[in-house]
Design a protein around this ligand. Sequence first.
Ligand SMILES: *[C@@H]1O[C@H](CO)[C@@H](O)[C@H](O)[C@H]1NC(C)=O
Ligand SMILES: *[C@@H]1O[C@H](CO)[C@@H](O)[C@H](O)[C@H]1NC(C)=O
Ligand SMILES: *[C@@H]1O[C@H](CO)[C@@H](O)[C@H](O)[C@H]1NC(C)=O
Ligand SMILES: *[C@@H]1O[C@H](CO)[C@@H](O)[C@H](O)[C@H]1NC(C)=O
Ligand SMILES: *[C@@H]1O[C@H](CO)[C@@H](O)[C@H](O)[C@H]1NC(C)=O
Length: 492
Amino acid sequence: MLSVHLLTLIALVTSAKAAISPFTSRPRLQTTFSGLSDVEPFSLRLSPDTAKVCNSTTPGTSGFITADDGQGGNNSIFFWAFESKHDAKTDPVILWMSGGPGASSVGYGNLMELGPCRIASEGGYTVDNEFGWNVNATILFVDQPVGVGYSRGQRIPTGLRDSSLAMLRFLRQFMTAFPELADRDFYIAGESYGGSWVPALASTILRSESRSSGQRGALMVQEDGPNLSPNSRRGPKINLKGIMIGNGLVRRSVQNIGFFETVCSGPASLFNSSQCLEWAPRAMWCEDNLAVCEVDGMKSSACKDAESKCSAISKVVVEDMHLNPYDFRRECHDPDSCYSEMRHIDEYLNRSDVKMALGVPENEPFVGISLDVFKQWEEVGDLWRASDEYVNHLLQSGIRVLIYVGDKDLYCNAAGMRLLVDRGLSWHGQPIIRLRELVPWYLGTKSAGLWKSYEPLTYAEVAGAGHLVPFDKPEEALTLINSWIHGRLPAL
Ligand SMILES: *[C@@H]1O[C@H](CO)[C@@H](O)[C@H](O)[C@H]1NC(C)=O
Ligand SMILES: *[C@@H]1O[C@H](CO)[C@@H](O)[C@H](O)[C@H]1NC(C)=O
Ligand SMILES: *[C@@H]1O[C@H](CO)[C@@H](O)[C@H](O)[C@H]1NC(C)=O
Ligand SMILES: *[C@@H]1O[C@H](CO)[C@@H](O)[C@H](O)[C@H]1NC(C)=O
Ligand SMILES: *[C@@H]1O[C@H](CO)[C@@H](O)[C@H](O)[C@H]1NC(C)=O
């Protein structure tokens, strides 16, 4: 387990004695932290027994961080962290953010893709995942924003900017509770709508770190007592080094052009030639017109009209051809349930014995995908809004960016991702990376995909993977992110 702050450990010992039944939803440990100028006071409640629900030598540390939401209520954010199996004292920390907006990272990212234990294919229990990303890093999953997974609060954030600030507050609190993780090399990774979550949060961290570079001091910790008065001492630093975006949506107006190429090129193209001839004028129209969403906003009627015209190709693939939009090699008759693993995870995390082991109140259902969050994003005009300004900010600031893509995904397809990398971003190296040729990278002696890079930006394709790269190609995904963190992708 991650070792928490010394005083917290003492608190753990005393409250563990008081807990009689292993199945108790009563908080086992409540610790209050306060007294830092840039960390909102919060309390930490750790889960009683992660080993009971995660079949791994590293079942991790999980719990809730509860804090004032600034509106007279509380936010309770659920997290699950797994220490590195290699060198837990110095290896970097990776925060993973599943997409949606509104999908649970603790559920799907962790138990289906890159956590150290994954849901068994028949459901009901978890199995060890030797390719979990905590082989060489400490990994952190957070259900965010409130309303997702086990996280609760009175108010859903009013869009991406607001949710990024909430996550920044959470991260400062988390690193205050686990100070040995502060100052580590810090990476943020995510998938799908993670193309917005990840760069927006990273850019928010970068701005806030450049503002606050003063003296950082010690911390007051108190168990179940009144908060200590805040003073001017600063909280922990977040040492942001890079971001990873997997099959991400960054700029729809550019990436959408890739749909036509995805269904109409290659020997095994999904559309036949008469279909391609029929759809070509529409593809051209979208190439010329979808940018209206970036000019007029996502809620404008011109954008809504363009959106429905330009999602028509994927409708044909999903509704007429009944293919899985996340992996066009597979058949799927209901796009909301193409993966039985997701249903198994919903059931598993909704079970009362699992909730008890994780310290989740028994009456709180597990919300795998929050439609309230999705609707909120739609209402404020943040749904599918371009996030390239954040990526550009990071690249211009020298923060490393890995954009990777499984090449069998329809929704966030490789053709669109190449366009994004070659002409959808605006930074000093763009004219150069556009000229670079893609070359293979390897897993052992086997080619695993194509890649290219220039300065802080790396682009990599994972051959034979769909939208969920760590699910489809676990060993390749782990090799890719580890090699990228440590320098360059493996050659033959
Ligand atoms: C917020 O949470 C703290 C700590 O769990 C608790 O003491 C307080 O009563 C809560 N406040 C509200 C308004 O729920
Ligand atoms: C990753 O972890 C393995 C197993 O502990 C270790 O042998 C290897 O050196 C680590 N690699 C890096 C790049 O740290
Ligand atoms: C742990 O996983 C193994 C297979 O990896 C499985 O046989 C065993 O039943 C699992 N244990 C639990 C408690 O789920
Ligand atoms: C192309 O595909 C469409 C839709 O499946 C089908 O109706 C049409 O007959 C096909 N045309 C050719 C030339 O194969
Ligand atoms: C979760 O459990 C509650 C109560 O046991 C039930 O009402 C709800 O339908 C369950 N949700 C899922 C997704 O299984």
